[in-house]
Design a binder for this molecule. Structure first.
Ligand SMILES: *[C@@H]1O[C@H](CO)[C@@H](O)[C@H](O)[C@H]1NC(C)=O
Length: 338
């Protein structure tokens, strides 16, 4: 007999035997189990119990995971990721749909929110960032939000606005800046048309379209309070589609300042964040399906452009352009508004 077999035989020793004496001996351990334990009976696991416990635990985990989405925020776009077009549909607000129905070719197939990091190039974003910084150096809000509108010439100045085309030598804007600005506007217009299934020629640039610089400064006027939840269409009636171009980076150039969508104004349960990234374009339908706000910036300066579109051709504005009136001197250079 081999050693292996011997040990196997030894291992078999507790095998139940037909002898009644041995059977009685075997029951002994279970007798001790009937003595009450100080902390109640010890748990006993057999296969079936283990399985049913497993089912309960998995069920609880799924339940908690599912319902924890309620009242928590999710992210549509992270600063460190590059999106080649990412988005979600939301049901159009009825009022919005009712109003936009009048403009054939401009009605969204579905309402929604999109981001893309492949529309605006780094060169374009850098050009526009420098333009914003140069322009804003001539003004600047005393609170946290500085606005510069190349179309109307409005520039925040302390607690008010000035018309920079009247009070500032505007040669800080180059023809290259304006070409880039227009190219970006056109590309975004096409992206909106693609995303929502529109005729690109039925969409028009509208007012206000502007650069913004947000900081952590205490507000000095209502305009400075950029962090309130709002619906674009309620603030600016002509808006149908809103786009944003971020010119610098969340967490790198500033802290706070994420863009946050809410599912509804009154009882927000599902906030969705977009983290600014240089050159990132964010587009959305401007109705009450997309209430949103910008978190307060806590550090640094956040630069972006808001480019707005309407389906109403009577609300169209032109791209800003350098026009030399009658070919006169540098002093006479001005920008054509609408
Ligand atoms: C969502 O945003 C609203 C508006 O700022 C806020 O009141 C609410 O607490 C936010 N919810 C979450 C889970 O962050």
């Amino acid at each position: 007999m081999s050693a292996e077999l011997k040990s196997r035989r030894k291992g078999r020793q507790p095998e139940p035997s037909s002898s009644p004496k041995k059977a009685a001996k075997q029951e002994e351990p279970s007798k001790t189990a009937s003595v009450p334990y100080r902390y109640g009976p010890l748990p006993r696991f057999n296969g079936q119990r283990l399985f049913s416990r497993g089912v309960i635990i998995v069920g609880v985990v799924i339940y908690v995971w599912y319902f924890s989405k309620d009242g928590k925020e999710t992210s549509l776009a992270k600063q460190g990721s590059v999106y080649n077009g990412r988005g979600v549909h939301v049901d159009c607000d009825e009022e919005y749909l009712e109003e936009i129905k009048r403009y054939s070719g401009c009605v969204p197939k579905r309402c929604g929110r999109y981001v893309s990091d492949v529309i605006v190039t780094d060169y374009e974003a850098t050009t526009l960032l420098w333009l914003a910084k140069r322009g804003m150096s001539f003004g600047g809000s005393s609170g946290g939000a500085t606005i510069m509108d190349l179309h109307s010439g409005a520039l925040s100045y302390k607690k008010n606005f000035i018309n920079m085309y009247k009070s500032v030598k505007t040669n800080f804007i180059t023809p290259t800046d304006l070409r880039v600005y227009k190219d970006v506007r056109q590309k975004i217009q096409s992206a909106i048309a693609d995303s929502f299934g529109l005729d690109v020629n039925k969409l028009f640039l509208t007012h206000p379209t502007f650069f913004s610089r947000l900081t952590s400064e205490a507000p000095s006027h209502d305009h400075d309070e950029y962090w309130h939840v709002h619906v674009d269409k309620h603030t600016y009636e002509s808006f149908h589609y809103t786009s944003l171009v971020y010119l610098n980076d969340f967490r790198v150039n500033f802290k706070g300042g994420r863009f946050v969508y809410l599912d509804n104004m009154k009882n927000p349960r599902a906030n969705v964040t977009v983290e600014p990234r240089k050159g990132r374009v964010s587009i959305f339908t401007s109705g009450a399906e997309n209430p949103h706000f910008v978190e307060r910036v806590t550090e640094g300066e956040r630069f972006a452009i808001t480019i707005s579109f309407t389906c109403d051709s009577s609300k169209q504005i032109r791209d800003p352009s350098l026009s030399i009136k009658g070919g006169k001197s540098e002093e006479r250079r001005r920008f054509a508004d609408n």
